[in-house]
Design a protein around this ligand. Structure first.
Ligand SMILES: [Zn+2]
Length: 55
């Protein structure tokens, strides 16, 4: 696993609990973000719990 710069998805179909940012490139939810929906930064969102668990 590798920690990366914060990123999030711009897609809105995810359930609300997915409105988070990720900072691990191998995060299960984060890795499902398609390149065209991937944006850098936190967007003011809480941190993904899966990413948090990988600390
Ligand atoms: Zn994550």
């Amino acid at each position: 696993m590798a920690k990366v710069a914060p990123y999030h998805t711009t897609r809105l179909e995810d359930p609300p609990e997915r409105n988070v940012y990720h900072d691990y490139d191998n995060c299960p939810a984060g890795s499902q973000i398609k390149p065209e929906h991937k944006a850098s930064g936190t967007d003011g969102r809480p941190r993904c719990l899966d990413c948090k668990a990988m600390d």
